[in-house]
Design a protein around this ligand. Structure first.
Ligand code: GDP
Ligand code: MN
Length: 377
């Protein structure tokens, strides 16, 4: 789960990481109402779940209230990497002497949380990692010990030479680690962490992701969830016992089993098609589940053909076929559907589908090719 910068800033504040004050506004009127009428330098920032807002024109400085209103008007409604800006953060701006990067991630290789830091902050860290990886300092944190003060100071010392600045940065790292662990975070980044001309170290951007599988024990984090339309669909599917991930292609896939779903997507790709989604309906022949899965698939206007790929193990193909027919009768769509059934009672299952009048195939590769062909019509 992702949260917005303003929410990350709230968590930072709660954990004692210094951040400038700010207010979230959903409209120009709200900026008019909530921002005091003065000449203070502020920064107006698009709140969307992507990075690189600065480059996209979604972060603008404003020298007065009037300017903040004007900049908010430009940013609200803007499209950044396919997301519409629905709210802005109007925050107190700071003078910047230098920008740094600090971040925590789960590193599967070292099986631990890894602290990353760089004096090359501000810009996209992925670019630094690609061009000059030696400029990123990394440290694995022992989960039983946590990030200890001396370790935080060791890292901070590589970014800040002045002891006073170094100590501020080290304290921030320790607090960020505590926040990360206590909220079951999977990513926590401050980019940039800044040094001001009056030698204060503070966070002026924040990005945090959380482990979806831990949300059940993080009610406060869950409350912060603000999903995009696509994410809402995925959550809705999840609540119905379906694992659904939307992708950008045009072939809808409905499959029983996660492994088979992956293989199906690979097969579509192999023949030059693009899957519209990952969808695992699990191991049941319940027609209601198929109806729900179908309606989720068809709500995506990119879908031009649907490939249903079922392997009958304990679930028998004839049961599944009956479920599919019941579901398809209820849905009644013009989108072409290709069904591949294999495994227990496949013969009986295919017979049922054929009687209903839909094309059937018995191998995955045939099904993929047929679905691609139908999607091009
Ligand atoms: P991002 O592009 O989505 O990562 O958004 P950031 O919040 O990191 O802002 C992008 C850039 O805008 C930063 O790297 C800064 O250079 C600049 N910026 C953001 N806030 C301030 C501020 O308060 N003062 C100044 N001078 N620059 C800022
Ligand atoms: Mn940033």
């Amino acid at each position: 789960m992702k949260i917005h910068e303003y929410q990350a800033r709230n968590l930072f504040r709660k954990y004692g990481i210094p951040v400038p004050d700010g207010v979230v506004c959903h409209s120009v009127e709200e900026v008019e109402k909530n921002v005091p009428n003065d000449e203070k330098l502020r920064v107006v920032k698009a709140q969307v779940h992507v990075g690189g807002r600065g480059k996209a024109g979604g972060v603008k400085l404003a020298k007065s209230k009037a300017e903040a209103v004007e900049k908010a008007g430009q940013i609200l409604g803007m499209d950044i990497k396919g997301l519409t800006v629905e709210k802005v953060l109007v925050a107190d701006a700071v003078d910047i002497e230098k920008e740094f990067y600090v971040g925590l991630i789960n590193d599967r290789n070292s099986k631990s949380v890894t602290l990353m830091a760089s004096a090359e902050g501000g810009v996209e860290i992925e670019e630094v990692a690609r061009v000059s990886p030696e400029k990123i300092i990394k440290m694995s944190i022992d989960p039983t010990m946590g990030l200890m003060d001396w370790q935080a100071r060791k890292i901070a010392l590589q970014l800040f030479r002045d002891p006073k600045e170094m100590r501020q940065a080290a304290a921030i790292l320790v607090k960020l680690y505590r926040l990360y662990v206590e909220t079951d975070s999977s990513l926590a980044e401050i980019n940039p962490l800044v040094l001001t001309p009056d030698k204060r170290v503070l966070a002026i951007d924040g990005k945090m992701n959380f482990d979806d599988n831990a949300l059940f024990r993080q009610p406060e984090i869950l409350k912060m969830r603000e999903s995009t339309e696509d994410e809402k669909k995925e959550i809705e599917a999840n609540e119905k016992g379906l694992s659904y991930i939307k992708l950008d292609g045009n072939i809808g896939c409905m499959v029983n089993g996660a492994g088979l779903a992956m293989a199906t997507m690979d097969m579509i790709k192999l023949y030059g098609g693009e899957p519209a989604n990952f969808l695992d309906i699990g191991g049941s022949s319940n027609p209601q589940k198929v109806v729900e899965a179908m309606s989720i698939l068809l709500s995506d206007s990119n879908v031009k053909a649907v490939m249903i790929n079922i392997f009958g193990g304990i679930t028998r193909c004839d049961d599944v076929a009956r479920g599919l027919v019941t579901a398809l009768q209820e849905i009644n769509t013009d989108i072409p559907v290709v069904i591949r059934l294999s495994g227990t009672n496949a013969k009986e299952g295919l017979e049922i589908i054929r009687e209903y009048g839909l094309p059937t195939v018995s191998t995955m590769s045939e099904a993929a090719q047929k679905a691609i062909e139908l999607s091009n019509k």
